[in-house]
Design a protein around this ligand. Structure first.
Ligand code: HEC
Length: 192
């Protein structure tokens, strides 16, 4: 109980049941780190929240995504039916589209496109149009209220084109045991 010497220069300020609390000087590296974080916080608050010198992370992320989408759209040029049909005849594009389909679409449209939650993509009946541009638009923008997600934000325009190309190859293949037709019948005009 009487052990109150302070070998490390500390001073005992509190003692309960032989457990002693010392009042030690904080190490300088610790103090300067603390001061540094305070200065950083004030500067950050001032520059980012007051003067709007820079964008906050969420806005910065959004800007970057917008820039990326613009750049991608510029590089790929306008989406035309011809371009999508051409892609549906390009084995590399179709293979890439198939991969995307397996990863993102089979849960609702089945591996062979026969449909489950989502409609059959292998018949000639379409809810939103079976032309290349119509399919591209459905996949890109989705029909969220009907359970079809918008894929452009997640996949980007180039991969939406590839998966559209793959969907075009499934058209009218009539997967066995596919879901009953939904929507309007389309004539066989859009593949060639
Ligand atoms: C969460 C389930 C779900 C996923 C995942 C999904 N879809 Fe769909 N999809 C649907 C539903 C539901 C519809 C029907 C929407 C409606 O009734 O308007 C649909 C509709 C479509 C249509 C229009 C069919 C028509 O008859 O006009 C196409 C094309 C399509 N999806 C392609 C895709 C592709 C390609 C992917 C993957 C990138 C995908 N879908 C992923 C649920 C899904």
């Amino acid at each position: 109980m009487s052990d109150r010497d302070d070998e490390d220069g500390g001073r005992v300020i509190h003692e309960v049941d032989g457990i002693q609390e010392y009042d030690n000087k904080l190490p300088n590296w610790w103090l300067y780190t603390l001061y540094g974080t305070i200065v950083f916080a004030v500067l950050y608050w001032f520059l980012y929240h007051q003067t709007k010198f820079g964008d906050l992370p969420r806005a910065e992320y959004q800007n970057e995504m917008d820039r990326f989408a613009e750049e991608e759209a510029r590089r790929s040029g306008p989406i035309t039916a011809e371009k999508l049909i051409l892609a549906s005849k390009d084995p590399a594009k179709v293979a890439q589209g198939k991969e995307i389909f397996q990863a993102s679409c089979v849960a609702c449209h089945r591996a062979d496109g026969g449909g489950s939650v989502g409609p059959n993509l292998t018949d000639e009946f379409w809810l939103h149009g079976g032309g290349p541009e119509a399919i591209f638009k459905t996949v890109a923008d989705g029909f969220a209220a009907k359970g079809m997600p918008a894929w452009r934000p997640q996949l980007g325009i180039v991969r939406v084109q590839s998966v559209t190309a793959y969907v075009l190859t499934m058209k009218n293949t009539h997967a066995p045991g596919g879901k009953a037709p939904q929507g309007e019948r389309e004539s066989f005009t859009t593949r060639d």
